[in-house]
Design a protein around this ligand. Structure first.
Ligand SMILES: Cc1cc2nc3c(=O)[nH]c(=O)nc-3n(C[C@H](O)[C@H](O)[C@H](O)COP(=O)(O)OP(=O)(O)OC[C@H]3O[C@@H](n4cnc5c(N)ncnc54)[C@H](O)[C@@H]3O)c2cc1C
Length: 304
């Protein structure tokens, strides 16, 4: 079986973890990159052999790289294709799957590779159960952030220009508007301050943010804070449909700890939960629980 793993993402930052993941699974990362020469050089510095397809032409979309990616994958004959999951990469993976007659596994949280194919685990029923999929032969697997540990100082790879260029497809881009929402990669955070509905107000979210900044941490939240209240970006909520973190410290302020949330933080090394309800599920899953009202705790944290 080939020892190459083809990787792709629609955000250059995601390649660092994909490169580490490929190596962790015993493969050489071969990165398909569209973007600038600088993007290609950054990915090579994370230890990948980069196949650089150039920038996305005027009027074309990221999804139009499917043909170039298909040709590169056919030429490389990898053991696996691994991508960072996003709306765009899911679309690309679906199209590639049809062209390559290979299955797609989305949202994989654990992977093992052997001579016959791949075994990928992912959560089902809103995080209540885990399904293990076995694919014989080539598969396309999509992962969120935080699935693999980052390698320190890998040897730099090379950049080669792809023989194919990107062609606009049938859907034409007619305009582009900057998305207002912040995009963040929480997977590498060492300290995470996570707010849930118990935080009570947007003003309290700002106080928690100030504390997170002071301890060199990142802010995260439960889904209702991002999707219901709109107090934080969608990219900051943790869980089955959000991001995964593995920090040294996870500090929860008013988070109940439903399973759909905790699957996104369960690998945290030290968990502190502050909740006024001692029976909240996270209070039974934490290393340190403080039964208290966040309204009283926030000024105390600010004074530390
Ligand atoms: C299919 C599906 C997918 C989902 N995916 C996700 C996901 O990816 N991520 C996610 O987070 N959720 C997800 N959810 C929602 C999830 O089930 C929970 O509803 C959600 O995580 C609860 O968020 P919370 O802890 O902020 O709120 P709540 O469950 O309402 O908990 C608030 C907590 O704050 C405490 N509290 C209240 N006031 C105070 C105070 N003044 N001081 C201290 N503590 C206080 C309460 O005691 C309570 O424990 C999903 C649900 C479904 C059905």
């Amino acid at each position: 079986m080939s020892n190459k793993m083809v990787i792709f993402a629609d955000a250059v930052e995601a390649y660092e973890e994909l490169c580490s993941g490929a190596r962790a699974l015993g493969c050489e990362p071969v990165a398909l990159v569209v973007g600038t020469e600088d993007d290609a050089a950054r990915v090579a510095a994370w230890g990948a052999r980069v196949i650089f397809a150039g920038g996305i032409p005027e009027g074309a979309l990221y999804e139009d790289c499917v043909l170039a990616f298909e040709q590169a994958i056919r030429a490389e004959q990898p053991a696996l294709v691994l991508a960072r999951m996003s709306k765009r990469t899911q679309c690309v993976a679906g199209r590639l799957a049809v062209r390559l007659e290979a299955p797609v596994v989305t949202d994989a949280s654990r992977l093992t590779l052997d001579g016959d194919g791949v075994e990928a685990s992912h959560l089902v029923y809103g995080g209540a159960a885990e399904r293990v999929e076995r694919v014989h032969g080539l598969a396309l697997v999509l992962v969120g952030s935080g699935v693999f540990d980052l390698d320190e100082a890998p040897a730099a790879g090379t950049v080669e220009r792809a023989a194919v260029s990107l062609e606009p497809g049938a859907i034409k881009l007619v305009g582009r508007q900057e998305k207002q929402e912040e995009v963040v990669d929480l997977g590498a955070a060492k300290r995470v301050v996570c707010v849930g509905r118990g935080i009570q107000s947007e003003a309290n979210v700002h106080l928690a943010q100030e504390f997170a900044a002071r301890i060199g941490g990142e802010m995260a939240c439960s889904r209702p804070i991002a999707e219901g209240e709109g107090w934080m970006a969608h990219s900051r909520y943790l869980g089955v449909s959000g991001a995964t973190v593995k920090p040294e410290l996870y500090l929860a302020l008013g988070v109940s700890g439903q399973v759909q949330h905790t699957v996104g933080m369960t690998e945290s090394q030290f968990v502190v939960s502050i909740n006024k309800d001692k029976n909240a599920p996270l209070m039974k899953q934490c290393d340190l629980g403080l039964v208290a009202d966040v309204e009283k705790v926030l000024p105390a944290l600010a004074a530390l």
